[in-house]
Design a protein around this ligand. Structure first.
Ligand SMILES: [Zn+2]
Length: 66
């Protein structure tokens, strides 16, 4: 059975394990409102997906100062 000749450093192992986190999620423009949203997800701004309204987005409430 093949064995690694040299031990990999901690940095080398960690960098390969965390590589996927560096890739940002695919962002596309919403066809309804033009807002950026994650691909294959409902638009957080208008609640549309596949040119249909899926969920009702509540309007932003005014922030109350404590
Ligand atoms: Zn939208």
């Amino acid at each position: 059975m093949a064995l690694p000749k040299k031990r990999h450093s901690k940095a080398r192992v960690k960098s390969s394990r965390q590589f996927w986190r560096l890739n940002s999620p695919a962002l596309v423009r919403c066809p309804n409102c033009g807002n950026l949203r994650v691909s294959h997800h409902i638009c957080p701004n208008c609640g549309y997906y596949n040119e249909r309204k899926i969920i009702e987005i509540k309007e932003k409430k005014k922030k109350k100062k404590k």
